[in-house]
Design a binder for this molecule. Structure first.
Ligand SMILES: NC(=O)c1ccc[n+]([C@@H]2O[C@H](COP(=O)([O-])OP(=O)(O)OC[C@H]3O[C@@H](n4cnc5c(N)ncnc54)[C@H](OP(=O)(O)O)[C@@H]3O)[C@@H](O)[C@H]2O)c1
Length: 280
């Protein structure tokens, strides 16, 4: 796919999936605005991609802050004169039972995953409309069916589906493509944090499961969705399997989740406890 003269914003692109998406867009010729809250991590990524010969620039900002969203769009327009692609990738993931989750944790997840995505999409719309551009949401398989220990994450990712579906109907006749990608478990950056019910951020060890997709695989799916103007895509065979179950056998899925709640909790706690043992 050739993206010469196209300008993209990729939120949360200092590491992980967002960084891989930014790199793939850049390799196809796009000018990419990188974004994240931590200035040190963001500038490190920016230098790395510049050294790879890609046309990128960095704009520090928190998408849950409307002023930062305005600055991010203004940065793209002032630097490159246009905006063609918005990839809504930045997000936080939360683990824990609903009953144990503190209100502040509800607020943080909703502010970043839902409100932040809405704020930035709204600010970017004039530019995207002018270029008849594209907006993609990076969702999760958690956005297809709710499951135990992840209610907050599922809720915020399902909200992205509602937004994508509505926006698609509103914008399709104005030449704007809207798409959403459901991503399964993906190999993570060692600095990735997840939030537990009490608000404690926990570092995830690097996932090495054979079924974990690579960030590059997700970035490949993003390029395909942009090229083919797909509305909904899932990543990999296990994503396809999961989405078929969610669609055609949701009660079987619910039964399996119910039967395996203890296993799901144990896996999630062990995954993060491993790092804490390493640190202590
Ligand atoms: N990894 C997976 O297994 C997986 C699976 C399904 C879906 N996803 C989705 O894919 C997306 C990326 O996941 P990931 O695993 O690559 O995440 P990650 O490694 O935790 O990286 C998240 C990025 O977003 C930035 N970020 C977080 N909050 C932000 C905010 N409020 N404003 C601006 N930037 C923010 C982070 O940088 P700063 O902290 O410096 O801001 C970081 O660059 C998320 O939407 C996630 O839900 C991931």
């Amino acid at each position: 796919m050739k993206l010469n003269n196209k300008v993209a914003i990729v939120t949360g692109s200092a590491m992980g999936i967002g960084k891989a998406i930014a790199r793939h867009l850049g390799r196809e010729g796009a000018s990419v605005v990188l974004n994240g809250r931590d200035p040190v991590r963001l500038s490190r990524t920016c230098y790395q991609l510049l050294e790879e010969g890609l046309d990128v620039s960095a704009c520090v900002g928190d998408i849950s802050n409307i002023e930062d969203c305005r600055k991010l769009v203004a940065h793209a327009i002032s630097q490159y004169g246009r905006l063609d692609i918005l990839i809504n990738n930045a997000g936080v993931s939360h683990k824990g039972f609903f009953k144990d989750t503190l209100p502040g944790v509800f607020r943080e997840s909703v502010e970043i995953n839902i409100l932040g995505t809405m704020f930035l999409t709204r600010e970017a719309l004039p530019g995207i409309l002018a270029s008849k551009g594209q907006i993609l949401f990076i969702s999760s398989l958690a956005g297809l069916r709710g499951f135990p220990f992840h209610s907050l994450y599922c809720l915020t990712k399902m909200a992205q589906t509602a937004l994508a579906e509505s926006l698609r109907s509103e914008l399709i006749d104005q030449g704007v493509h809207v798409g959403i990608i459901y991503v399964g478990i993906t190999k993570n950056d060692p600095a990735k944090r997840v939030i537990f019910s009490d608000g404690t951020p926990m570092r995830l060890p690097e996932r090495n499961h054979s079924f974990a997709a690579s960030p590059e695989r997700v970035a490949g799916a993003v390029l395909q969705a942009l090229e083919r103007k797909r509305f909904k895509s899932v990543v990999g065979w296990h994503g396809m399997f999961y989405s078929l179950f969610a669609r055609f056998a949701p009660r079987v899925m619910d039964f399996a989740f119910r039967r395996n709640t203890d296993f799901i909790v144990k896996q999630n706690i062990e995954e993060t406890a491993l790092v804490h043992r390493e640190l202590s």
